[in-house]
Design a protein around this ligand. Structure first.
Ligand code: MG
Length: 297
């Protein structure tokens, strides 16, 4: 082994310094292997009496209550007008096409939650949610993926808040990217279109008008769990709504299941791959041009 070249002390120092840096970089994965930094986002819970005197759990994410309706505490995302009307863009060659507008695609690729024939309808080349038909899910299961979905809320809007054009895109049948008619329709920000439901509001509100086709492009990395069922790496979401960034590699702090007016579900260990699903929330929301590309974890 050569000794450092004493004729070039600065170069020797540089080499030593570089070697130390490499060691630091090499050591980092060993320190963090299987153990994510869970310091952010910070989730806290508190149990106290609700307005009816019953015990209720309140969940806070980075100090803001889940489903906070007070816009002075949880400001609504700024409204951005999307660009040109959405154009139908054909799937790339390596995509798995889940819905191409045909009735055959519905029966070939989708079922109800029990594995039976879904009662959702194909109307004018779109997959339409039917009240009380339940969620629709893919026959094939997926983990980390890139997902393209186009959706439209009913052209004649009815209801308000969460009752207007509500559906949802569920990754791994578990984690919801909210679908909602959020065009001039106020609700709690972590429940509007493109929110990770109850967990993270979108960066902006770029919703199109009722009845207009909109797109979601979602890059999802699934959570990992250890043998005891504890989450060791949380899911991440990057979402573009109508081509505009609304979730920027967001770390999903827990589950997105509705657990009450101020609380969402927690992570629960599950399989490495699960179906994709769309929510029946009682509103005839439509979907088309649904395709997916599987990603490495
Ligand atoms: Mg929903």
């Amino acid at each position: 082994m050569k000794t450092p070249d004493s004729r070039f002390p600065i170069r020797s120092l540089f080499r030593t310094s570089v070697a130390a840096s490499v060691l630091t970089i090499a050591a980092a994965p060993l320190i963090s292997l299987g153990h994510e930094d869970f310091s952010k986002p910070v989730v806290t819970t508190e149990t106290k009496k609700d307005a009816n005197g019953n015990d209720a759990t309140y969940m806070y994410i980075d100090g803001i209550k889940v489903h906070e309706t007070d816009l002075t505490k949880q400001p609504a995302p700024p409204v951005v007008t999307p660009g040109s009307p959405a154009a139908f863009v054909a799937p790339p060659s390596d995509a798995i096409v889940l819905f191409d507008g045909s009735a055959k695609a519905l029966t070939d690729n989708w079922t109800d939650t029990k594995g039976g024939t879904s009662r959702w309808n194909v109307v004018d080349g779109a997959l339409e949610s039917v009240r009380s038909a339940g969620y629709i899910q893919t026959k094939q299961s997926f983990g980390s993926c890139q997902l393209h979905v186009e959706w439209a809320s009913p052209s004649k809007p009815e209801g308000e808040g969460q009752g207007r054009g509500n559906s949802g895109v569920f990754l791994m049948n578990t984690y919801e990217v909210q679908v909602l008619d959020s065009f001039e329709n106020q609700t709690y920000p972590d429940g509007q279109a493109s929110a990770l439901y109850g967990r993270k509001k979108p960066l902006v509100n770029v919703c199109r008008k009722p009845g207009e086709w909109q797109s979601y492009d979602i890059i999802f990395h699934r959570p990992l769990f250890d043998e005891a069922g504890k989450v060791t790496r949380r899911a991440t979401f990057t979402v573009l709504h109508n081509g505009v960034l609304t979730q920027d590699h967001t770390v999903l702090s827990g589950g997105t299941g509705w657990m009450g007016p101020d609380c969402a579900s927690e992570y629960k260990s599950h399989a490495d791959k699960l179906p994709l699903a769309f929510q029946d929330h009682g509103n005839p929301v439509r979907y088309r041009n649904v395709w997916v590309r599987e990603l490495a974890d």
